[in-house]
Design a protein around this ligand. Sequence first.
Ligand code: ITT
Length: 190
Amino acid sequence: MKVWCATGNPGKLREFRLAGSVLGIEIEPLPDLKSIEAPEETGATFEENACLKAAYYSRFAPGILFADDSGLEVDALGGEPGVLSARYAGGAGDDANNELVLERLGDNPHRTARFVCVIAVAEAGVVKATFRGTVEGEILHEIRGGGGFGYDPMFYYPPFGCSFGEVDGERKFAVSHRGEALRKMLGWLG
Ligand code: ITT
């Protein structure tokens, strides 16, 4: 089976393609995504944004397409960065986003956080289903490891005893928010 994936984030795409090869499904990036004007992510929730992206991009796909909206929720920051995760530091990139979270958290000992991923599946502009995955962890006092993308290097995952920036993609995907959401989607697709 082949499904199309709409994301402009190379880190997400890498994880989806790796998962596809492990789970035996062809996950193809939507061709020419860069030439399609991106929709504004105006939703207040991950679900709303995932649906908005999937519905929009599926009009350009020859079959079933999915998009994910994902991010980091830090409890002591009232759930921020949340849906603003990609542009928390005003679009200045991953390093600046990480620094801003660390700065806002300061020495606060309450450092629990989770990654959330919502995948929406759509065909010809119509959303068919959504799937949510989460993974619980803690925010480190400084970044650790150069792997992964986004907030991975400061996200400590207790069962591994290290950050997501210190593990390879396959190990992360086995426990991650994105892995959980994708496995639910594959179960639904049959
Ligand atoms: P697309 O909308 O094109 O897919 P995006 O990066 O703008 O790309 P989102 O709006 O869903 O996607 O924002 C997701 C952000 O949340 C991402 O840029 C990271 O900063 C963060 N994030 C999500 N999943 C992550 C993960 O597995 N590891 C680290 N950071 C993650």
